[in-house]
Design a protein around this ligand. Structure first.
Ligand code: AMP
Ligand code: MG
Length: 492
């Protein structure tokens, strides 16, 4: 088993022109302590998680020691924040430490978030606090466990370094593991500053690293330009990602174009939330006064973000091709969302009434103020009178519930798969355990006072979200009222 100190480190991004980054060293933290590490993320690097608990590794996880092969950089990018172009962005508090090539030939970026000041820090202090680092850790690893494309988290380290937010907090560092750190904003930077050769170099690098089979893809997609194929694949991946977010009730909160991965992965975790009661207008970012990133606006915002990406690609792709491909987004999103919602409802056959049934179900959840994930987990067992009664009791619109139940049960009766098979497949797409804000908050509060046991327990539970875990039943309960009203600070 390799150790973190002797992995196969490679530095491919540094072969690109230097306008794309600034070489930097991390600013270390005082008295670092390892808070948590992810076995699943470690496995991507061929590591056993125990290796990360080796005291010799801690200086590396906390930015104090660097491997001799590494050439850390802060990446330069720009982006549209809340609809407006900001030319001054870049890694303001994180560094691409290195890339790792694993035994399967996959290359993973290691990014140290909270690593101190860089040329792109603007007014910021270059730091990340424990609270936000734990939230990113839990969410990345949870999304991976429910099969949603996402960047990953290897480790969180806390320290005694004071960091000033609304109150004094402690500085933390997270190691993010990702197939790429290239954002829409990278291409915006190259294009909107008229560095078209740089744009081409970056796209060629992206194709080489992430789409080695692009020539084959071009043939399959009947396109003659690899850049056009790249845009088409990005549109499709993004549409599918957002359909997954909508189907699992995930609100990202800050869908600025600098937080959009060119590989269609969930990227950059701020004030995100998983819906408790189904409220399509939910806004998790309380500084989002224009309600731009409300839950139900995410599909349109991703479309808008892709239109910005299309503009950035104008020097490489004919306008009419960009417009045509962009135009495929709504249908890809819609059909993917439809498919996902059907699996959540346990429906295999296709009938013309399915779309209406999905809509009626979401209407019921909204007007009945029902908990989104709890509802879907339990409807697999709706034939059980106790389950049906329990769900009915949770619904504030009983008449609507009864009508919906009748329609749904009739529709299920038209399916040919056995009840057992249906329950099994529904329970494999409707998680029992959800990363609810209040659960994360409980774990964070304990961690802030130095007790990491709750965090580690919650993390373990969430790593196996579809299984029954009778000893952890309390983590699957409906959230308490205080838990639904939590305001998550956006300063991170
Ligand atoms: P975010 O909202 O986390 O996606 O960050 C938007 C931009 O602000 C990125 O360029 C970040 O690197 C930068 N940024 C966020 N927080 C800080 C901080 N504490 N210090 C320096 N830069 C930051
Ligand atoms: Mg960001």
């Amino acid at each position: 088993m390799p150790s973190f100190l002797n992995l196969n480190y490679v530095q491919t991004f540094q072969q690109l022109p230097t306008q794309l980054y600034s070489p930097m060293h991390p600013m270390s933290l005082s008295d670092p302590k390892l808070v948590i590490a992810s076995p699943a993320a470690a496995a991507l690097l061929d590591l056993n998680v125990d290796d990360l608990y080796n005291p010799e590794v801690l200086p590396v996880l906390s930015g104090k020691a660097l491997h001799s092969d590494w050439q850390p950089i802060a990446m330069k990018y720009t982006g549209h924040q809340f609809g407006y172009y900001n030319p001054d962005l870049g890694d303001g508090r994180g560094l691409l430490l290195t890339e790792v090539e694993n035994s399967r030939g996959q290359i993973w970026d290691l990014h140290l978030k909270g690593a101190g000041l860089t040329p792109y820090s603007r007014q910021g202090d270059g730091r990340a606090v424990l609270r936000s680092s734990i939230r990113e850790f839990l969410c990345s690893e949870y999304l991976a466990a429910i099969n949603v494309p996402t960047t990953r988290a290897l480790s969180v380290v806390d320290s005694t370094t004071p960091v000033y937010r609304e109150t004094v907090e402690t500085g933390a560092m997270l190691i993010r593991v990702a197939r790429t750190h290239i954002r829409f904003g990278h291409l915006e930077y190259c294009s909107f500053t008229d560095q078209h050769d740089l744009l081409k170099s970056l796209c060629d690098y992206t194709l080489d690293r992430h789409y080695p089979d692009i020539e084959k893809q071009c043939a399959t997609l009947n396109l003659d330009s690899p850049y056009t194929a790249f845009f088409k694949l990005t549109v499709a991946r993004t549409a599918k990602l957002i359909a997954q977010w909508q189907s699992i009730g995930f609100a990202h909160g800050v869908m600025n174009t600098d937080n959009m991965s060119i590989l269609g992965e969930t990227f950059d975790f701020g004030p995100f939330a998983f819906l408790d009661d189904y409220n399509p207008h939910y806004i998790c970012n309380h500084s989002d006064h224009q309600r731009r990133y409300a839950f139900n606006k995410q599909p349109d915002i991703a479309y808008w973000n892709l239109s910005v990406l299309a503009q950035a690609l104008l020097p490489l792709i004919p306008r009419e091709d960009l417009v045509r491909i962009l135009g495929t987004y709504p249908d890809i999103f819609k059909s993917e969302f439809h498919k996902l919602m059907k699996t959540k409802l346990g429906l295999v056959k296709n009938t013309p009434a399915d779309e209406q049934l999905i809509k009626t179900t979401l209407d019921l959840l909204q007007s009945g103020k029902m908990d989104y994930s709890h509802f879907f987990r339990h409807i697999s067992d709706l034939h059980n009178p106790a389950t049906a009664q329990n769900l009915r009791n949770q619904c504030l619109d009983i008449q609507k519930f009864d009508q919906w139940k009748q329609i749904y049960l009739e529709r299920l009766a038209s399916e040919s798969q056995s009840t057992e098979a249906r329950i099994l497949s529904m329970n494999m797409v409707n998680p029992k355990y959800i990363l609810r804000n209040y659960l994360a908050q409980n774990a964070i509060s304990a961690a802030q006072s130095g007790d990491y046991s709750e965090l580690n327990r919650l993390f373990q539970v969430l790593q196996d979200p579809y299984s029954e875990q009778p000893e952890h039943e309390s983590y699957a309960e409906l959230p308490p009222n205080w838990g639904k009203e939590l305001e998550i600070s956006c300063s991170s």
